[in-house]
Design a protein. Structure first.
Length: 176
């Protein structure tokens, strides 16, 4: 219990530092140093806590901007609708879903993401998002175990973003 309270305080401190850093930085720095440290700290704790769980108890949450903007397929209902054409990483995530039996949701917003987590009741969430959403999401979800992965804004914010499949698979490989 005491450990959890202490951890909550550390998360609060990090969260405040991220907000302060964001407020006073002159230009928008993608994934600021303090955010990276926070995510690294969080992910280390989460992996320690979750090393004994099965990969099938994992839910992966993705932002909609990961899907290619011109793709007409409705992967927000289910990523099974993806035809794996290779224009975005949704197809690679679908392969991970089949290989590790994880549950995956491409969420268009926080409400849908929360609904998905309520339904799937995962032991571990791997959440992909931009710095702002990821830090806030991990902080809000505490003490739920959420492993954070920054998405890559290779075409600017919220448009045809990218992610590291390698990083996500390395987490799944560490589990049972
Ligand atoms: S990989 Fe899937 S979601 Fe992405 S563009 Fe191709 S069909 Fe659409």
């Amino acid at each position: 219990m005491l450990k959890l309270v202490l951890l909550r305080l550390i998360y609060l401190l990090f969260y405040l530092l991220v907000i302060i850093a964001r407020k006073f930085s002159k230009e928008e720095i993608e994934n600021s140093k303090i955010s990276k440290i926070f995510i690294h700290f969080n992910n280390t704790i989460v992996l320690k806590r979750c090393k004994d769980i099965q990969a099938s108890k994992v839910s992966i949450l993705l932002p909609h901007c990961i899907q290619n903007y011109e793709c007409p397929l409705k992967v927000t209902s289910t990523i099974e609708n993806c035809k794996e054409c290779g224009r975005c990483k949704v197809g690679d995530i679908l392969k991970l879903q089949r290989k590790y039996k994880v549950k995956v949701k491409v969420a268009t917003g926080g409400t849908l993401a929360r609904k998905f987590l309520k339904e799937t009741k995962p032991k571990l969430v791997i959440a992909v998002a931009c710095e702002r959403d990821l830090i806030a999401g991990i902080y809000d979800a505490f003490p739920m175990s959420v492993y954070g992965v920054f998405n890559k804004k290779i075409n600017g914010p919220c448009f045809n973003t990218d992610l590291s499949i390698k990083e996500i698979e390395s987490v799944l490989e560490k589990l049972k």
